[in-house]
Ligand binder design. Structure first.
Ligand code: FA5
Length: 346
């Protein structure tokens, strides 16, 4: 087999030397060392050799393969630089002309709107906080006044993570909302406090046009002295008007969340039909936007804040749904589909 390999090497080096352009060189590569090439065919026979021959032939064939690959790469470079030189010498070739157009990436619509939200809230003195996506049951539920027996746990279908249970913090879950960062931040900074938390949240949902298993929320929290719901309404009106570049009406209804008292649901006037009623606002003229309310005293206590001295409000809205409203996206599942036909529209 050794003479056969040496012959193949000579023939291939000869063909490389004769090749005058990259197409010819590629043909040589395919013929000799390609997947169905001559060298590969010879190598298939190695398994039938006896134990003494196998390592010798195996080593030699690898050496030849490396040598041929290097010779092809060197020739390719030579051909290409020759072509380039010829081009440069051509008097009609314009070296200052722009090169071929490169495809540029861009920021995903969710991240674009998140950045705008962050800018508006920082301009009002809110800090941006982050929290873990794999969260403890304690911060996701108990710290927010939702004990294990509480029926409100059923409101948020949860992905549990298989791990060792911690005595204080319980099992690990994929956070069902951004609210766990409330207690974490109170523990870290105490009062007064103004923060927002944009982040990814997860629910064990049957998906449809407006529900996904992975979506983005923005949490807001303001704790200070003499804080009331009118501050919440003012901050939200300011936020929405800046975001949409026109005045947006806000409507507040009673709602229930164990971590606020009183609890609220906040809607804004539908910007698609200007409040007249359409498919997006389900003919009501209002779009459900967020849960909110005055922070429950048990939550303040869990965060180490004295409810007799401080009050505050909190809200949590769906960033993904806000992006849908902004761009008229009719199915939430497009957002994280990774489909370039979708993202390249923004
Ligand atoms: C909450 O998650 C509360 N943590 C909000 C809150 C914070 C209330 C602070 C009080 C104080 P809710 O489950 O309603 O609430 O979700 C809030 C928003 O997240 C919804 O209005 C909606 O916009 C969005 N959302 C909820 N589930 C989904 C889903 N499966 N897909 C997309 N968006 C969702």
């Amino acid at each position: 087999m050794i003479p056969q390999l040496e012959k193949l090497k000579r023939e291939c080096l000869d063909a490389i030397a004769k090749a005058t352009d990259t197409e010819q060189l590629q043909e040589v590569e395919v013929k000799f060392i390609g997947r169905k090439g001559e060298l590969t065919n010879i190598l298939r026979g190695v398994k039938d050799l006896n134990d003494n021959e196998k390592p010798v032939i195996g080593k030699l064939s690898n050496e030849i393969k490396n040598e041929l690959e290097q010779a092809i790469a060197a020739k390719k470079q030579k051909i290409e630089s020759k072509a380039l030189n010829a081009q440069l010498e051509d008097p009609t070739f314009d070296v200052t002309a722009p090169g071929p157009d490169r495809q540029k990436g861009h920021i995903h619509p969710l991240s674009q709107v998140q950045k705008e939200v962050e800018d508006i809230f920082t301009s009002m003195g809110f800090m941006i906080k982050d929290g873990p996506e794999a969260e403890s049951e304690y911060y996701n539920f108990e710290g927010l006044n939702i004990p294990a027996w509480h029926p409100a746990r059923d409101m948020q279908d949860t992905f549990f993570i298989k791990n060792k249970e911690d005595k204080k913090h319980g099992r690990m879950v994929l956070r069902t909302h951004t609210s766990p960062v409330q207690v974490r931040t109170m523990e870290e900074f105490g009062a007064p406090l103004r923060m927002i938390v944009p982040g990814r949240t997860f629910r064990y949902e049957a998906t449809d046009a407006s529900h996904d298993t992975t979506f983005y929320q923005v949490e807001g929290l303001m704790i200070d002295k003499h804080i009331s719901i009118s501050h919440l309404k003012g901050v939200l009106k300011q936020f929405l008007s800046k975001l949409f570049g026109r005045e947006v009406k806000v409507r507040i209804r009673p709602g229930y969340f164990p971590f606020v008292e009183p609890g609220l649901e906040v809607d804004f006037s539908c910007l698609i039909c200007e409040g007249k009623g359409c498919r997006v606002c389900k003919k009501t003229g209002w779009v459900e936007f967020m849960g909110a309310g005055m922070v429950h005293e048990n939550v303040l206590k869990a965060g180490g804040i004295d409810p007799k001295k401080w009050q505050g409000w909190a809200f949590g809205f769906g960033l993904t749904r806000l992006v849908m409203m902004r761009h008229g996206i009719d199915d939430i599942r497009h957002n994280l589909s990774g489909d370039l036909r979708f993202v390249n529209q923004f």
